[in-house]
Design a protein around this ligand. Structure first.
Ligand code: 5GP
Ligand code: MN
Ligand code: MN
Length: 329
C-alpha cells in the first residue's frame, strides 16, 4: 500500500547517512523543486546529501533556495555516498549519465508520480495520481511529521505549480490546492514564482517560436498538429534545451486539435518527441511504446533516427489511436 511505501521511504532516509539525490535529464520545475526539497528534508534529518543532475540546471531555477548546490555530473568528481534517491524519474534511464556513478546493487529510493514508472528502485515511493513529485514529497513530510521551512516550501510549491500548468491541468485536485494553501502558510510568495515560471520566456524561446510556427502541419482531419525544430534552428537561435519548453502547446492548443507534437532534432540520428493531448488520446501509452513515458496528457520519447523516421513512427501510432477512438464512439 501507499502507506507502507511512505513508512519504508521514511525508514530508508533514517537508515542511511550519505545520499546522492538525482533528478531527470533536462530538468523541469518539478524535477528541480523535488530534488531540492529532498535535499532540505535530508539535511533536516541530520543527513548528508549531494544533489546532482546529468547536466547543468537551467538558470531560471537559480532562484530556488539551494539551487547553487546542485552539481553537474558531467563536470564533477563522483562523490562518496551509500544510498541513492531519484526524483521525478519514471525509469532508470531518466537519470542519464549519472548512472555511471551508481555501483550495482546500491540501495535506491525512487520518488515519483509518473503512471509509466517501472518501480526500478530497491524502494519505491510512487503515487501515480499525484500531480507532481513535489506532492509525493509533501505526503512524506506529512507522514514523517516534519516541519516545512520556507526554503523547502518554495521548492515544493514550484514543482506543484509547474507540473499542474499553474493549477490548470486535470491533475489539480483538492489535495493539490490544500498543499498549495499549506505552502503559502509556510511563507511562499506565489506571484514572483508564477512570474518566473509561467510569465517569462527567454529571447531564444521567442526566436524558436517564430521558426516553429512556420513549420506547423495539421493532419488526421486536423485532429493532430505538429511543429518541427531542427538542430540548426537550435544553434541559430542560440537556444538551450529548456528554451523549447511550452512550444508543443502551440500545436495542442489549436481548436479542434486532440494531439499536439513537437519534433526536436537533437542530432542527425536522434529526435526528441514531445506529445500533448487534449482529452482523449493516451499519449503516455504512445510514448512508452517508443521507449519513453510520461502522463496521459503529456509524454515524451527519443527516437534514434532522422526527423522523417520519427514522424513516420509517431504519426502512425497517433493516427491509430485516433482511429480506434473513433471506432469506439
Ligand atoms: P516533455 O515533452 O515536456 O519533455 O515531457 C513531458 C512528460 O513526458 C514529462 O512528464 C516527462 O517526464 C515525460 N517524458 C519526456 N520524455 C521522456 C522520456 O524519454 N522517457 C520517459 N519515461 N518520460 C519522458
Ligand atoms: Mn519532470
Ligand atoms: Mn513531475
Amino acid at each position: 500500500t501507499y502507506e507502507a511505501s511512505l513508512a519504508s521511504a521514511a525508514a530508508f532516509m533514517e537508515r542511511h547517512e550519505r545520499f546522492l539525490v538525482i533528478n531527470h535529464v533536462n530538468p523541469d520545475g518539478d524535477a528541480t523543486g523535488s530534488l531540492l526539497g529532498t535535499g532540505w528534508l535530508l539535511r533536516q534529518l541530520g543527513k548528508q546529501a549531494v544533489l546532482v543532475n546529468e547536466g547543468s540546471t537551467p538558470e531560471k531555477f537559480g532562484f530556488l533556495p539551494g539551487a547553487e548546490q546542485i552539481i553537474n555530473a558531467s563536470r564533477a568528481e563522483k562523490p562518496e555516498f551509500d544510498a541513492v534517491i531519484t526524483c521525478d524519474c519514471a525509469d532508470f534511464a531518466r537519470i542519464g549519465d549519472v548512472k555511471e556513478w551508481l555501483p550495482l546493487g546500491m540501495p535506491l529510493l525512487n520518488i515519483d508520480h509518473h503512471p509509466t514508472n517501472d518501480l526500478f528502485g530497491t524502494d519505491n515511493l510512487v503515487r501515480t495520481d499525484a500531480a507532481a513529485t513535489a506532492e509525493v514529497l509533501y505526503d512524506l513530510l506529512t507522514y514523517m511529521k516534519q516541519p516545512i521551512p520556507q526554503e523547502m516550501a518554495v521548492c515544493l510549491y514550484t514543482g506543484l505549480l509547474t507540473d499542474t500548468g499553474g493549477f490548470r491541468y486535470s491533475n489539480t485536485t483538492p489535495h493539490v490546492m490544500e498543499m498549495a494553501s499549506a505552502l503559502l502558510a509556510c511563507g511562499v510568495e506565489p506571484a514572483p514564482i508564477a512570474e518566473r515560471m509561467l510569465e517569462t520566456i527567454t529571447k531564444a524561446h521567442v526566436r524558436l517560436l517564430q521558426r516553429a510556427l512556420q513549420t506547423l502541419v495539421l493532419r488526421d482531419t486536423d485532429q493532430t498538429a505538429y511543429l518541427t525544430i531542427t538542430a540548426a534552428d537550435m544553434e541559430q537561435c542560440g537556444a538551450q534545451n529548456d528554451d523549447t519548453e511550452g512550444l508543443v502547446n502551440y500545436a495542442r492548443n489549436i481548436e479542434g486539435v486532440e494531439v499536439g507534437i513537437l519534433y526536436k532534432e537533437v542530432a542527425s540520428d536522434k529526435v526528441k518527441v514531445s506529445l500533448r493531448s487534449r482529452s482523449i488520446v493516451d499519449v503516455a501509452a504512445i510514448a512508452q511504446s517508443i521507449g519513453g513515458g510520461g502522463h496521459v496528457r503529456a509524454a515524451g520519447c527519443t527516437v534514434h533516427g532522422t526527423l522523417a523516421d520519427a514522424k513516420q513512427i509517431v504519426e502512425q501510432k497517433v493516427s491509430a489511436a485516433l482511429a480506434s477512438q473513433e471506432a469506439s464512439v
